[in-house]
Design a protein around this ligand. Structure first.
Ligand code: PLP
Length: 356
């Protein structure tokens, strides 16, 4: 059985097996991982190791802090302006799709926001051309969504800007290497490529940390969490443990180069099937297509429910497109093996032969 869900995603079977083995008694403590206090030296060690593995995998420079917080990327949509902007400052956003729009709506509740370029005229089936981005040199930051999970669009490159670049990397985090030094802040929920829900990763340049505005709860302040090594309050302990295992698994597979190569291979195989078919159709231009969330449609939309139910029947689950977009979506996160994509391609070919 394979889950193509946009998240929470499948875990590698080796990671699941380790969780099962260690669940009753973690680290010979006599207690389950679910029962571990976050203040013990063993748990602090787990957090330090998790941070170190992330630093190594992503080559995170010394002047960046890694924070482990709760609330998911959706909470960051509001917390980014509250933490990064100074009074009177505005922010620029790239409106690339569903998730960028969510980020904009939340940010606007707290600060003036300008949309520097938008894909709305193309109904978010393509990315706004990079030369059309109009970034205000006085903006507090410029926000992008590296991968639009629902629209199947992914930024291939990241610009070098004079203002801090902030990225929601929730859906393609750790599927490729990124030039961290170009960013002021990267944030990502963990439940797609780094384990389970409950944990959000922040990688923030230390000169952007500032004392919280009086109205900002301390637990939600990046500066306070940085000062307290993400232990101002209880961190999401189990999700951190799973992230630790996922990072070890990624290292064992060959690091981000191996993740990127696998992602490339899986997505190429699926797009080739779509592009060579008379039944399936992908609106996104090849240069903008996501390698992580492959979104496509049936030329005969009436076949959609048969496609989804027959797929489920053969163990290919959660292929429905995002509720706001429709169609079909196959999410190919790190834990999805090539064999899963092969099974999907086989199914799609057979389905087309019968119904096409
Ligand atoms: N940003 C992107 C790109 C996403 O794909 C998602 C969830 O799918 C989110 C933000 C929201 O994440 P969360 O539900 O953890 O807040």
């Amino acid at each position: 059985r394979y889950s193509f869900a946009a998240g929470p995603a499948m875990l590698p079977s080796a990671v699941l097996a380790q969780i099962r083995d260690e669940l009753p008694d973690w680290n010979r403590s006599g207690f389950s991982m679910l029962e571990q206090p976050f203040t013990t030296s063993a748990f602090k060690q787990l957090m330090a190791e998790t941070e170190q593995d992330l630093r190594t995998l992503l080559s995170i420079p010394q002047n960046y802090r890694v924070l482990f917080v709760q609330g998911g990327a959706s909470a960051q949509f509001g917390l980014v302006p509250l933490n990064l902007l100074r009074p009177g400052q505005s922010a620029d956003y790239l409106e690339s799709g569903h998730w960028a729009r969510k980020a904009i709506v939340e940010a606007r509740r707290h600060a003036p926001v300008s949309v520097m370029a938008s894909g709305s005229t193309q109904n978010f089936t393509a990315l706004p051309a990079a030369q059309d981005w109009q970034c205000d040199p006085n903006a507090g930051y410029c926000h992008i969504t590296s991968n639009e999970t629902g629209n199947g669009l992914q930024l291939p490159h990241f610009p070098e800007l004079s203002v801090p670049l902030v990225a929601d990397m929730t859906s393609d985090f750790l599927t490729r290497s990124v030039p961290v030094e170009r960013f002021g802040l990267i944030y990502a929920s963990a439940q797609k490529n780094l384990g389970v829900a409950g944990l959000c990763l922040l990688i923030v340049r230390d000169d952007l940390l500032q004392p919280p505005q009086p109205s900002l709860p301390s637990a939600l302040s990046y500066a306070v969490q940085a000062e307290q090594q993400s232990r101002f309050n209880t961190p999401p302990t189990f999700a951190l443990y799973v992230a630790n295992l996922m990072l070890r698994w990624i290292k064992y597979q060959g690091g981000l180069a191996a993740m990127a190569a696998a992602t490339e291979r899986k997505s190429r195989r699926l797009y080739a099937c779509i592009d060579h078919s008379g039944l399936y159709h992908c609106r996104q231009p090849a240069v903008d297509r996501s390698k992580v969330n492959v979104c496509f449609e049936l030329r005969e939309p009436r076949l959609l429910s048969a496609f989804l139910s027959e797929a489920e029947h053969v163990g290919l689950h959660h292929l429905a497109g995002h509720a706001a977009v429709g169609g079909i979506r196959a999410s190919l996160y790190n834990a999805m093996p090539l064999a899963g994509v092969d099974r999907l391609v086989e199914f799609m070919t057979r389905f087309e032969r019968i119904h096409g």
